[in-house]
Design a protein around this ligand. Structure first.
Ligand code: HEM
Ligand SMILES: *[C@@H]1O[C@H](CO)[C@@H](O)[C@H](O)[C@H]1NC(C)=O
Ligand SMILES: *[C@@H]1O[C@H](CO)[C@@H](O)[C@H](O)[C@H]1NC(C)=O
Ligand SMILES: *[C@@H]1O[C@H](CO)[C@@H](O)[C@H](O)[C@H]1NC(C)=O
Length: 325
């Protein structure tokens, strides 16, 4: 064969292999446009109904996606029940009696399977879309961002990895940074994504030490919370992260300026010492446009953590169980 033709043939084959290779497959915003164009509108409508029934579910769905992505990537491992071959993530310390929203995920899965007439939408993508829709519904158009899609679902999960990789509320600033860095996320991502706490609630057990022992806390704020959360008992009593727990807004950041962060880890982001983190908190407290824009960017970055694509993993039929063949 002519050596020029051979050369171009090799280039052509390499290009085809690169385009088709699962190893380089990337998430894209239009992944379901052809395989199931109804998928995204259906997910949004189920999320909307669920939030209408119970506004807190939006917060719970956002947190599910975070807890999925921080444990071996965004692969829906968080949704798997325990099996004889692995202990799942649901009973790990950061998750037990705490993460919620599994019934809504099941409802979404049933609705998309029906609309698409087959199992084409992964549980991992459902979590990413439901998180985005929750934020947009509770925050308005300003907080909408384009979600990237094409993730596939893991066939295992890890109790140990969930305990090791999710940050606990007693972490100090440097521990939080180390944890986020270990996921390829930086200081700005930490401050912006912690803004997820603009919605939802925490249990007394997660902020008791803060309201009794921390010094970097508003005394009136602490005294009020001690009524909901006494030294002994009331572990499951809830308190909102900010004054507007059903609204995605910048009140979370404003609360930090007044030493009214609910968790120790929240207040670690603002200490009033002029740090880089302080400056970001200050900026987001004043500029909802900057917060909305940066939140979307960091959510997409978090959503890109080690997704399974191409032939890796599977599209689960039941989000709580791996497929049996
Ligand atoms: C920076 C480190 C973080 C720590 C230490 C942390 C810790 C916590 C804790 C302890 C709770 C309360 C759980 C309970 O009492 O049951 C909580 C709730 C929540 N977290 Fe985080 N979190 C962090 C980051 C994030 C991120 C990055 C997001 C999402 C982008 C997020 C979203 C939420 C939401 C929405 C809730 C409320 C859930 C509900 O009401 O059901 N958190 N977090
Ligand atoms: C699942 O198994 C693979 C291969 O053994 C491993 O790399 C991955 O970390 C595991 N995932 C979880 C969630 O444990
Ligand atoms: C943060 O916590 C770690 C582990 O407890 C500790 O070694 C470190 O000194 C703390 N950092 C600060 C700035 O307090
Ligand atoms: C506060 O600190 C004291 C002394 O270190 C400790 O015994 C106690 O358990 C901490 N938490 C609360 C809620 O008092």
């Amino acid at each position: 064969m002519d050596s020029h033709i051979q050369f171009y043939l090799v280039i052509f084959m390499v290009t085809v292999a690169t385009v088709l290779s699962p190893a380089v497959a990337k998430l894209t915003p239009n992944y379901y446009d052809r395989i199931c164009p109804k998928a995204l509108p259906i997910i949004k409508s189920v999320v909307k109904q669920a939030i209408y029934r119970e506004p807190r579910i939006g917060a719970s769905l956002l947190r599910l996606h975070f807890h999925d992505c921080f444990v071996n990537g965004c692969d829906a491992s968080v949704l798997l029940d325990d099996t004889p071959t692995f202990r799942g993530e649901k009973t790990a310390f950061p998750n037990i009696n705490s993460i919620r929203g599994f019934e809504v995920v099941d409802q979404i899965k049933a609705a998309v399977t029906k609309a698409c007439r087959r199992d084409v939408v992964s549980c991992a993508d459902i979590l990413a879309i439901a998180a985005r829709d929750s934020v947009a519904i509770l925050g308005g158009n300003q907080y909408w961002y384009q979600v990237l899609l094409g993730r596939r679902d893991a066939r295992n999960a890890s109790w140990d990895a969930a305990n090791a990789n999710l940050p606990p509320p007693f972490f100090n600033f440097s521990q939080l940074i180390t944890n986020f860095n270990s996921h390829g996320l930086n200081l700005k991502d930490l401050v912006v994504l912690s803004g997820g706490h603009t919605i939802g609630f925490a249990k007394c057990a997660t902020f008791r030490d803060r309201i009794f022992n921390d010094t970097n806390i508003d005394t009136t704020f602490a005294a009020n919370l001690q009524k909901t959360c006494p030294r002994i008992g009331g572990d499951n009593n809830l308190a909102p992260f900010d004054s507007t727990p059903k609204k995605v807004d910048t009140a979370y950041y404003t609360s930090l300026l007044y030493k009214r962060g609910l968790l120790h880890s929240d207040q670690e982001l603002f200490k009033g010492d002029g740090s880089q983190s302080d400056n970001l908190v200050l900026k987001y407290s004043k500029d909802s446009y900057a917060f909305a824009k940066d939140f979307g960017v960091s959510m997409i970055k978090m959503g890109n953590l080690k997704p399974l694509t191409g032939k890796k993993g599977e599209i689960r039929c039941n989000c709580r169980k791996v497929n049996s063949y």
